[in-house]
Write a protein that binds this ligand. Structure first.
Ligand SMILES: Cc1cc2nc3c(=O)[nH]c(=O)nc-3n(C[C@H](O)[C@H](O)[C@H](O)COP(=O)(O)OP(=O)(O)OC[C@H]3O[C@@H](n4cnc5c(N)ncnc54)[C@H](O)[C@@H]3O)c2cc1C
Length: 368
């Protein structure tokens, strides 16, 4: 008999939401994390935006899980007193050349079930955000911001309430199947091994490396990982905005957008740049490029008040920047190994989708 029902590798938002789901369903669960604490990588280096789901092709997992996850994350936060505010978002077109693309995003959003989206004109934009210069926009009332650290903390609490545990500074070394169970090697100060019925790999930027250490997993099921870095700059002056402001999407990302904060300041970013190494230093040479991009929709920007903030790195699979690539959630029906679920390419909107991904993993583990 296995030591435990479920081992999850990776304590980011997705691993923890998944662990909470398993714990809620009565399964004994542990999460292995190589770092000293949870959420120290991509889950704490993002925009903390709850997306609505208008950017992604309708049949994609990203569209389905983002739309479902948007509702689930607000529902999760409300009774727990976690900040999740639907402050609304404007995607702005600043020139005639951008209007057709804006209409395409709107049409896709409607197709994805976002009935509340509105196309608005320059006058309505001015009434919502007087400082913005744009000729047309999409208004998305269900987009918002969330305190993702508190969400992770709440999921950890649920895991522990269900008798599970986060095992810190304990890297997953590898796994092999034995008598229908997974024998899992764990590193760290006191290396050990544990057996589990279900093994979930939710290792973010390291998911290819973790999967490569599962004996018997065909390498054809392990996608090549690329990294796409995103820098953020903070605006140290007053930023007179109450909504999320997004330009039209650019190569590899959603464009250098504005996230207002409660103190009346704002954060701008991320950009998107293919990188080879995991280096979180903000590239300060990007400041003039940020300023030019922001001025397209906020001409009053004072560039001298932009200051380097932080950077995050997207785990991209497929062509790093240039093509749409969906989330991959692979189970026995894909790779033939019972009790193994592998998550790859959980870049944006992975935070928004986290509870929907968790539900999907739970259903796959139960063969539903
Ligand atoms: C710049 C940027 C902006 C973004 N903005 C948004 C946004 O506004 N909204 C949104 O919805 N999404 C956004 N995203 C995407 C979102 O942040 C991610 O999809 C999400 O955080 C992924 O969570 P995760 O748990 O899969 O990965 P991670 O947070 O990377 O967690 C994986 C964990 O696995 C651990 N791990 C790896 N290997 C091992 C091992 N061998 N043993 C043990 N542990 C291991 C790591 O240490 C890490 O803690 C953004 C991403 C970036 C980079």
């Amino acid at each position: 008999m296995a030591d435990i029902d479920v081992v999850i590798v990776g304590a980011g938002i997705v691993g923890l939401a998944t662990a909470a789901s398993f714990a809620r369903s009565g399964q004994s669960t542990i999460v292995l994390e190589k770092n000293p604490s949870f959420g120290e990588e991509t889950s704490s280096r993002n925009s903390e935006v709850i997306h609505a789901g208008m950017y992604y092709p309708t049949d994609s997992l990203k569209a389905q899980l983002c739309v479902e996850g948007n509702r689930l994350i607000y529902d999760y936060c409300k009774p727990r007193g976690i900040m999740a505010n639907a402050i609304g978002k404007l995607i702005v077109a600043t020139s005639d050349a951008e209007v057709a693309g804006l209409h395409d995003i709107y049409a896709r959003g409607i197709e994805n079930g976002l009935a509340a989206l509105e196309l608005i004109d320059a006058q309505k934009i001015k009434s919502l955000e007087p400082a913005i210069k744009a000729i047309a926009a999409i208004y998305s009332p269900t987009s918002g911001i969330v305190d993702s650290h508190s969400v992770m903390l709440a999921c950890l609490g649920e895991l522990e309430d269900g008798g599970g545990a986060l095992v810190r500074s304990s890297p997953f070394i590898g796994a092999k199947q034995k008598n229908g169970e997974w024998e899992i090697s764990v590193g760290g100060d006191e290396p050990t091994s544990i057996t589990a019925k279900t093994l979930v790999l939710s290792a973010g930027l390291w998911s290819d490396k973790a999967a490569a250490n599962v004996i018997g997993l065909d390498a054809n099921f392990i996608p090549k990982m690329h990294y796409a870095k995103g820098n953020y700059f903070r605006y140290m002056g007053k930023a007179p905005f109450s909504h999320l402001i997004y330009p039209m999407p650019s190569v590899g990302g959603l464009g250098i957008h504005l996230t207002p904060d409660a103190a009346g300041h704002a954060r701008f970013g991320p950009d998107a740049q293919a990188v080879e190494v995991l280096d979180y230093q903000v590239d300060v040479t990007k400041k003039p490029i940020f300023a030019e991009s922001i001025r397209a929709y906020w001409p009053e920007l004072d560039e001298s008040l932009l200051t380097p903030d932080y950077a995050g790195i997207r785990p991209k699979i497929g062509n790093a920047l240039h093509e749409f690539v969906d989330f991959q959630i692979l189970d026995e029906t894909n790779h033939g190994l019972g009790g193994l679920i592998c998550l790859f390419g959980i870049d944006s909107p992975g935070l928004t989708s986290s509870f929907a991904i968790a539900n999907k993993v739970l259903r796959r583990a139960k063969n539903l």
